[in-house]
Write a protein that binds this ligand. Structure first.
Ligand code: GDP
Ligand code: MN
Length: 397
């Protein structure tokens, strides 16, 4: 689950990480009120208005702007809220902005060269350790830094059993070229950041930029936070931060039905049990010249109710021209699945207007095929993988 920047910053702050302070607003009038409040609390004269969407590169797309007075706050917030923000990380249609963060301006006027660093915390899967990745080259595309000047990116491996140790925090500050008060501030910053990552069961923190002000404060100006979905059950307060407006409505509905569904661009709907088989099925569809419309793992219990739920989800996508059901009956018997398909089909009446190809393999596959073939419904059966793919191609051409 991804958090908005303002939510991520609140999370960091609760663990003692210094942040650029800000208040979220839903419309231009509220933005002005929040800007006034922020001036009272922080003394800031200028404000930065930042679009809150789940995508990076907002600055480049015109989603981050400096306002030098309250009229500009109102004008800029009015422009940004409601716009479809296009950034290097969104689709061409962009993402609709519903709210902005009104933040204090932390790039002090007269501050000729504020230092911007890059810092992320993530899991290194190859050795099962956490990793802090950081660079002096903050504020820009870290991908570009990695490509052109990889020696400017440092990593610090953290043993999850001990957490970050003082000498490691000092090494980070040293490699970033800091000294004096800024050095000390950085060791506190990185230690608190790592602790926040660990305690919130995050899978990614990316802070770009981390800013060093001219008075030697170190703070998070941006925050991309991804939490591990599998750990949300023990963070009820964080789970509530989920913003469904940022997610595909079909995926949200599928999730509520307990289906593992990912929306894709093709025209062949897939209903499969098991994630591995689902991946293989998508490959096969591609090899046969088609394009999968989705990834869908119905899980272990493919009974009539689940199959029907899966049909309804797949058919919400108007691009679907055929549906391929590919089930391996190991624990679940194929004849039960076949009966489920037939029952669901009958139950749905006219809702299904596209051809369906069913391939059932495993326990009682022969009985299942008979059931499908004798059902009188417009369903094609197959026993071999390739045969199923060929039938999909036939009905599409
Ligand atoms: P992103 O483009 O989505 O990564 O959004 P960021 O939060 O990183 O903001 C983009 C850029 O806006 C930063 O790299 C800064 O250069 C600039 N910015 C952010 N906060 C301030 C601020 O307080 N004052 C000024 N002048 N610029 C800021
Ligand atoms: Mn950023």
């Amino acid at each position: 689950m991804n958090l908005h920047e303002y939510q991520g910053k609140e999370l960091l702050s609760s663990f003692g990480v210094r942040i650029q302070r800000g208040l979220v607003a839903q419309n231009a009038e509220e933005a002005v009120a929040k800007a006034k409040q922020l001036t009272q609390e922080t003394g800031t004269g200028w404000h930065v208005i930042k679009a809150q969407v789940h995508a990076g590169g907002r600055g480049k797309g015109g989603g981050v702007k400096l306002a030098k007075n309250l009229d500009e706050v109102k004008e800029i917030a009015g422009q940004i809220i409601g716009m479809d923000l296009v950034t290097p990380q969104t689709s061409a249609e962009g993402k609709r902005v519903h709210q902005v963060l009104v933040a204090e301006d932390v790039y002090y006027p007269g501050d000729s060269e504020p230092s911007e660093f890059y810092m992320s915390v993530l899991l290194n899967r190859s050795n099962g350790r956490n990793m802090i990745m950081y660079s002096t080259e903050g504020g820009m595309d870290i991908e570009e830094v990695a490509e052109k000047t990889p020696h400017l990116i440092f990593t610090e491996e953290i043993d999850p059993a001990t957490g970050i140790l003082p000498f490691q925090a000092r090494r980070v500050a040293f490699n970033l070229g800091l000294s004096g008060a800024a050095f000390k501030e950085m060791t506190k910053f990185v230690t608190a950041l790592y602790t926040a990552y660990d305690k919130s069961d995050a899978s990614l923190f990316e802070i770009n930029p981390v800013l060093k002000t001219s008075d030697d404060k170190i703070m998070a100006v941006d925050a991309k936070v991804t939490l591990d979905d599998n750990a949300l059950y023990r963070h009820k307060d964080l789970a509530e931060l989920r913003d469904f407006r940022e997610e595909s409505p079909i995926e949200v509905e599928a999730g509520e039905l307990g289906l593992n569904y990912v929306d894709l661009d093709g025209n062949v709907g897939c209903m499969v049990n098991g994630a591995g088989l689902a991946m293989a099925t998508m490959d096969l569809i591609k090899q046969a010249g088609g394009e999968p419309a989705n990834f869908l793992d119905v899980g272990g219990t493919a009974d009539a109710a689940r199959v029907e739920a899966a049909f309804r989800i797949i058919l919400k996508d108007p691009n679907v021209k055929a549906i391929l059901i590919n089930i391996f009956g190991g624990i679940v018997r194929c004849d039960r699945v076949a009966q489920g398909v037939v029952d669901a089909y009958k139950n749905m009446g006219d809702a299904i207007q596209v051809p369906i190809i069913v391939r059932l393999q495993g326990t009682n596959a022969d009985i299942a095929k008979e059931l499908i073939d004798n059902s009188g419904l417009d369903v094609l059966s197959a026993t071999e993988f390739q045969e199923a793919a060929d039938k999909v191609q036939q009905v599409l051409s």
